[in-house]
Design a protein around this ligand. Structure first.
Ligand SMILES: *[C@@H]1O[C@H](CO)[C@@H](O)[C@H](O)[C@H]1NC(C)=O
Ligand SMILES: *[C@@H]1O[C@H](CO)[C@@H](O)[C@H](O)[C@H]1NC(C)=O
Ligand SMILES: *[C@@H]1O[C@H](CO)[C@@H](O)[C@H](O)[C@H]1NC(C)=O
Ligand SMILES: *[C@@H]1O[C@H](CO)[C@@H](O)[C@H](O)[C@H]1NC(C)=O
Ligand SMILES: [Fe+2]
Length: 447
């Protein structure tokens, strides 16, 4: 966190965090300017390479976008009897020839207009810094509630309940999935009774309070599509697969492939053909249960092939293990320096340029006592899980049977190779990306 404190104001580190930080799920390549972002080619020319233009950079795939429209118009919390504020920024970034991703325009609200200026790197230092802080504040809400709670914790709970309800103990997918989801009920009940409840952390300290949560969580759920849960599709849809600068993307893809091979072998061990999949009523009861209570956007309604089952199960296992590690492990590293991650903002988003001073910046940040609560909660989450089981390791007797043991030896050896490769890479780096190293990934959502 010393590094964060020293570099949080720098533009390259803002871009760095979109790819190598704790919420690598928001950034996406864009080939068109969003219609509601009021920038022109001329405005942005000074921040693009000599002789190039916004159109050319868009065409080359060098322009990226952060869009927090899910926060548009949601009510913000009242903390310590003070109204706080949320914004729904749009932020444009440029991937330059040195491989840095630099923010080049920030509009704090979705609807363009005279009271919603577009902040630029050439604005006064405090205007630009404050605009970036607003983006990080919006990102914190989306990170905790959507990337972390919905995509990992709720996904695990959904799968856990459907598995217990619809698949008998002896069903091969019950056996494979339960170790990945069984800890989720306890931790989620705990989170809803403390962190998300009245007088809990969000109520007392975070910009998204009790009035925000139902709305934001339901909007967030509606935006979770099946494609975004499948790593190869998600990364190529967002243009991250081609970026050597995204360590999340590189590591995520290797882990997905390894888990996917393992799950495919598991599925093929039990289903001897696609028709066996189609004729399994328990499997379809399970899928229907997940769809009925979960996310609806593009999820399969029926399984026709073994490959579809394997992909679906891989997406579930990945979300409960690797994705949780990527969004959870990393939070303390980036959030401990509060200005880098303002969990609430005490003043409304600026409607004009040139109105903030250095002192003003601090007056946007939450009270000291509020900040302490958040840091203590994050610290509490850092207690190592007592019975940590690494990804694709299983204690259940069933996994010691010969056929299973062979599959496990294979997947575990491949994961060890990934760990070694990541350790080797990280040893050369000033800023390592350790979060997706398989030996640090827990098999299930336990915290
Ligand atoms: C991500 O981290 C790696 C290693 O520190 C670095 O080489 C890369 O440039 C980073 N990406 C961005 C966009 O800064
Ligand atoms: C603004 O544009 C973006 C990108 O096209 C879109 O995702 C978002 O929904 C728009 N917001 C509003 C309020 O229209
Ligand atoms: C936190 O600090 C603020 C301002 O310093 C004060 O008004 C508030 O009562 C304090 N809250 C608690 C719970 O101590
Ligand atoms: C969650 O993150 C904390 C650090 O913030 C870490 O100590 C803990 O082990 C993580 N849990 C899991 C399951 O990754
Ligand atoms: Fe968690």
């Amino acid at each position: 966190s010393g590094f964060v404190k020293a570099h949080w104001m720098e533009d390259w580190y803002f871009g760095y965090q979109c790819l190598n930080g704790s919420n690598p799920l928001m950034l996406r390549e864009t080939r068109h300017l969003p219609p509601n972002l009021s920038v022109t080619s001329d405005m942005l020319r000074p921040f693009l390479p000599e002789g190039s233009s916004l159109e050319k950079e868009l065409q080359k795939g060098n322009i990226y976008l952060l869009d927090y429209e899910v926060l548009d118009g949601v009510p913000a919390n009242v903390i310590n009897e003070k109204q706080t504020y949320l914004s729904a920024p749009l932020c444009l970034l440029h991937l330059n020839q040195q491989g840095q991703l630099l923010p080049i325009a920030i509009q704090l609200q979705q609807k363009p207009g005279p009271q919603n200026p577009v902040f630029l790197p050439s604005d006064s230092g405090y205007d630009w810094l404050l605009a970036k802080m607003w983006v990080h504040s919006a990102d914190f809400q989306c990170h905790q509630l959507i990337s972390h709670y919905l995509r990992t914790h709720m996904m695990a709970e959904l799968c856990c309940v459907a598995t217990l309800r619809q698949l008998p103990d002896a069903h091969p997918l019950h056996q494979l999935l339960l170790p990945h989801v069984k800890t989720s009920l306890k931790i989620n009940f705990g989170a809803r009774a403390s962190l998300l409840a009245s007088k809990g952390l969000f109520d007392q300290a975070v910009g998204s309070g009790l009035a925000t949560l139902p709305l934001l969580l339901s909007r967030g759920s509606a935006r979770i599509s099946y494609r975004t849960l499948c790593v190869p599709e998600d990364l190529s849809d967002r243009g991250l697969d081609k970026l050597p600068q995204s360590f999340y993307a590189q590591d995520a893809l290797r882990i997905w492939d390894t888990v996917h091979r393992f799950v495919t072998s598991w599925v093929e061990l039990y289903y001897h053909g696609d028709d066996a999949v189609q004729r399994d009523p328990e499997l379809h009861g399970w899928l229907t249960d997940i769809n009925a209570h979960g996310f609806s956007n593009g999820f399969p309604q029926r399984f026709h092939t073994r490959a579809e089952v394997a992909k679906f199960v891989t997406a579930l296992i990945y979300s409960c293990s690797a994705l949780h590690a990527a969004v959870n492990f990393s939070q303390l590293d980036f959030a401990f320096w509060v200005p880098n991650c303002p969990v609430a903002m005490l003043r409304p988003p600026p409607q004009v340029k040139g109105a903030v001073t250095e002192d003003d910046i601090m007056s946007f940040l939450p009270d000291v006592n509020t900040t302490c609560r958040v840091l203590m909660a994050l610290n509490g989450l850092s207690q190592p899980a007592i019975d940590f089981v690494p990804l694709c390791h299983y204690k259940e007797a069933i996994f010691r049977e010969d056929a299973h043991r062979r599959l496990l030896e294979e997947v575990q050896a491949q994961l060890r190779d990934i760990s070694d490769a990541i350790a080797e890479r990280n040893s050369q780096l000033e800023l390592p990306y350790p979060y997706l190293s398989p030996e640090r990934i827990e098999n299930s959502v336990a915290i």
